[in-house]
Ligand binder design. Structure first.
Ligand SMILES: Nc1nc2c(c(=O)[nH]1)N[C@H]1C(S)=C(S)[C@@H](COP(=O)(O)OP(=O)(O)OC[C@H]3O[C@@H](n4cnc5c(=O)[nH]c(N)nc54)[C@H](O)[C@@H]3O)O[C@H]1N2
Ligand SMILES: Nc1nc2c(c(=O)[nH]1)N[C@H]1C(S)=C(S)[C@@H](COP(=O)(O)OP(=O)(O)OC[C@H]3O[C@@H](n4cnc5c(=O)[nH]c(N)nc54)[C@H](O)[C@@H]3O)O[C@H]1N2
Ligand SMILES: [Mo]
Length: 756
């Protein structure tokens, strides 16, 4: 494939619309799946069909006959692709040769077809039998001196049934080392919210969007990363609901959107303006904005206006006085300087918030991926609590999760810090003693690999080494392991960075049928609004020799734990039996799981904060104080820029669908840096010039990425953006939120240096 010429040209049309329709058709053609893909799309997110493998946004009960978006279609087309990676492919390329190829190229080779084992003699992956693969895993795990020398990663596409069994297998084996993609994602939600609201999940359901009187979308690129949510935003705007978008990038779909499924709008080239208020925040400025809004509220309250929900505050919360004192002690000059937002606009945002009787705040990685991400989310909750906006119709906190089942995986046991009550249940239900000490989250697992204390890595999905910070060090650390295992649909970099022994184990994908000795099985997933639904693939598996993830987990367990107390053989075939065990371990959430899941749209897991029941130590919602206005440690360097690493419109995390990002006007290039014109000129740079970036960090390690093209873009001063994962070499492993362990991928302190 000859590289196409880069082109930079602002996108003039509204987001969505014919551009989205055309992109959907294009990807179906590219992957040669027009007929098969179109048929599958009809079943996507419909009762009896499968759940979209892309994002975690819920589907509507009664909305549309088609319930998918452009990016869901891309995810499906890439999963259903005709391209295959067969043994002849591995025969033709050494692993070192494959390392020279781009992530995009690797992705485009297609679906994995059979288990492969690394052969050091030839530096190639060679075919192996499933029995051989599991025996190798068993041998390596049994040979460890301590079960804590193994790291068991999960990526959020894994369904509940496989994730639950994996959590049981790993605990019976003897460790809580569960690094998870969530550790890089919404962990600040999972760890930050429980002390405040008693649960680390959102309190909103889809129906709330129809009743909201104001919606804030903070640090989230809706039109790209959860496009089905655009329907809710469009509906809200048509009702005249104000939408406030808070983002350092003027993301296209947050400005204007054409609903591809709105026949009239499509035919008339119409569109709906989305944000009524665009808040062009500086990177890391959200805490100052939130405190500014609260300050306005406290000031207006002091002058006798009824802007606070005092009954709610008195009955349901603690910490109000301390919060007020902290917020009132902040001064406007600093609030304005740090947020980059004028006092006038902050007052306007506060006014929108005060006028609304029911407000939803949605947020994404722009808020979580900061050094104080968890505490920032806590302040967002405070803002909602001040007007009783949790636990009433049309209001609430809405973390927009990433992977389609990332929330479910956590619910069913993928947790490196398990609660004693849960461990007691596991012991009671399965009859073994699970380990009690905390295990590793993602950053800690990389640290263990670097230190040489980790010896085995098993990746249930995902592309760990490409997703984590400090790419080069992570590669080196992974390469020292004794065994690496990638359980995957597609070939990725994580399979090329391998231990002394290495396996690639290909799985049946979400859109494909799972057949066992007991007939066709289905799996379940939990969306970002706590709905659990069934997912039944409709396509034939991509190859004969693929294995369902559930079976892979069971067979790893059988090979590793010959004296296991768990009836693994049964679960290979009977997914209802797995669900019965989930119900036993989580009686409050999953009682009668096998029955309730039969409802066409599944069921909603209880979220106590929706009922204004606070499972905190005080039994109330606790307004916690976070002093100051900074979510990232200040850097004393006048040249410093804050770099946010973001997703393009044409990627799913480390999977690159194309090298273009049409809404941001970038074609055939991912090595770009979005920069404010004044910042560029101040550095004496020309637009289009190639530069390098260097991280400003205190550990003495040089972190540099070469060959980035500077593009003039409407970024706030001092804020720049570029693409993940290409810029991960700039993200220091130690640059993370201490509460959640989440790398601060949105606020890397960098400086521009000449490209060598
Ligand atoms: N098509 C597609 N869908 C996806 C994914 C994908 O890669 N592709 N990934 C999935 C996953 S795992 C996740 S977690 C989600 C991610 O979805 P998002 O949360 O939308 O993730 P990002 O694209 O990383 O960036 C979010 C936004 O944060 C903004 N931002 C950066 N810094 C700041 C800041 O300091 N303050 C504020 N307010 N905003 C800031 C960026 O400009 C960007 O618009 O999407 C999921 N869905
Ligand atoms: N700098 C920077 N780093 C980041 C982020 C950022 O914004 N900036 N975002 C972080 C976030 S939010 C996340 S969630 C992580 C993502 O980290 P991961 O979840 O580890 O990465 P993905 O790219 O989603 O994983 C893609 C791979 O999953 C495999 N796969 C796909 N479908 C299936 C399936 O059904 N089953 C199995 N077993 N495998 C499958 C395919 O082989 C594919 O190559 O990255 C994090 N890293
Ligand atoms: Mo994520």
């Amino acid at each position: 494939m000859a590289p196409k010429t880069p082109r930079y040209q602002p996108y003039k049309s509204p987001a969505g619309g014919w551009g989205a329709a055309a992109a959907t058709a294009k990807v179906m053609l590219e992957q040669s799946v027009v007929a098969k893909g179109s048929k599958a799309l009809l079943s996507m997110n419909q009762p009896g069909g499968f759940k979209c493998p892309s994002c975690a946004f819920p589907d509507a009960d009664q909305r549309k006959t088609l319930e998918f978006c452009e990016n869901g279609a891309k995810a499906l087309a890439h999963e259903a692709t005709r391209a295959r990676v067969e043994r002849s492919f591995f025969e033709a390329h050494t692993v070192s040769e494959l390392m020279e190829q781009s992530d995009y190229w690797l992705e485009m080779q297609g679906r994995l077809t059979e288990p492969m084992r690394y052969d050091a003699g030839t530096d190639k992956y060679v075919p192996c039998s499933w029995d051989e693969a599991f025996a190798l895993i068993g041998q390596h795990l049994q040979a460890l001196d301590d079960p804590n020398e193994a790291e068991f990663y999960t990526s959020g596409r894994t369904p509940n049934e496989a994730a639950f069994l994996y959590s049981i297998f790993v605990r019976e084996f003897g460790t809580n080392n569960f690094p998870d993609c969530s550790n890089m994602c919404h962990e600040p939600t999972s760890r930050g919210l429980p002390p405040v609201l008693g649960i680390g999940k959102g309190s909103v359901i889809l129906d709330d969007f129809a009743q909201a009187e104001a919606i804030f979308v903070m640090g989230q690129n809706t039109g790209t990363n959860s496009p089905r949510m655009m329907t809710n935003l469009v509906e809200a705007r048509k009702r005249g609901v104000p939408i406030v978008a808070v983002n350092p990038m003027p993301e296209k779909a947050l400005m204007r959107f054409t609903e591809p499924q709105d026949v009239v709008q499509m035919a008339t080239f119409g569109s709906t303006p989305i944000s009524s208020e665009f808040v062009h925040i500086r990177i890391g400025g959200d805490l100052a904005l939130l405190k500014g809004m609260m300050k306005v509220m406290f000031e207006r309250d002091a002058s006798g206006e009824p802007v606070l929900d005092k009954d709610f505050i008195a009955e349901h919360t603690t910490g109000f006085e301390a919060l007020r004192a902290d917020v009132l002690s902040q001064n406007w000059d600093e609030i304005v300087a740090i947020s980059g937002i004028s006092e006038e606009q902050i007052r306007r945002c506060a006014d929108i918030y005060i006028r609304s009787r029911a407000t939803i705040i949605c947020y994404g990685m722009g808020l979580t991926q900061h050094q104080q991400g968890s505490r920032l989310i806590q302040q967002l909750a405070n803002l909602l609590l001040l007007r009783g906006n949790i636990g009433k119709p049309g209001a609430g906190i809405a973390p927009i999760r990433g992977h389609s089942n990332v929330q479910g995986d956590r619910t069913v046991g993928i947790d490196e810090k398990p609660k004693p009550a849960y461990l007691d249940k596991v012991r009671e239900v399965f009859g073994f003693e699970p380990p009690r000490e905390n295990g590793h989250h993602t950053v800690e697992s990389v640290e263990a690999m670097r230190a040489g204390t980790a010896k085995v890595f098993i990746g249930l999905g995902g592309n760990f080494v490409r997703a984590v910070p400090d790419t080069a060090e992570a590669y080196a650390a992974m390469s020292r392991l004794r065994l690496t295992v990638g359980i995957a649909t597609k070939l990725n970099r994580g399979h090329l960075i391998h231990g002394q022994d290495a396996l690639i184990l290909p799985v049946v994908a979400r859109s494909e049928r799972v057949r066992t000795a007991l007939g066709e099985q289905f799996v379940t997933i939990e969306d970002a609004m706590s709905n659990v639904t069934a997912s039944r693939g409709v396509l034939e598996p991509a190859a004969e020799n693929l294995m369902p993830e559930v079976e892979i987990v069971c067979r790893m367990a059988m090979a590793t734990l010959p004296n296991s107390k768990v009836d693994w053989a049964r679960y290979i075939d009977d997914y209802d039996a797995i669900r019965d065990k989930i119900a036993e371990v989580y009686p409050e959430l999953f009682a009668n799981f096998s029955e309730r899941i039969k409802a066409p749209h599944g069921f909603h897991l209880d979220v106590p904060s929706r009922r204004r029941v606070w499972k905190t130590e005080t039994g109330k919602a606790n307004m916690l104080v976070f002093e100051g206005l900074l979510v990232d440690t200040p850097v004393d360097d006048p040249d410093m820029l804050r770099l946010a690493t973001v997703r393009s419109h044409d990627q799913f995390n480390t999977t690159i669908y194309s090298n273009s990002d049409r809404y941001r006007g970038v074609y055939n290039d991912r090595m770009v840096l979005f920069m404010n014109e004044a910042d560029r000129k101040a550095r004496g740079l020309e637009a289009g010039q190639k530069i390098a970036l260097e991280t400003i960090f205190h550990d003495g390690l040089e972190r540099r990425v070469e060959g980035l093209t500077v593009l003039d873009y409407a970024m706030p001063p001092g804020s720049v953006a570029g693409y993940y994962p290409e810029l991960n070499p700039l993200l220091p492993l130690d640059f993370h939120d201490r509460i959640s362990g989440t790398p601060a991928a949105k606020s890397i302190p960098v400086r521009v240096v000449a490209s060598s």
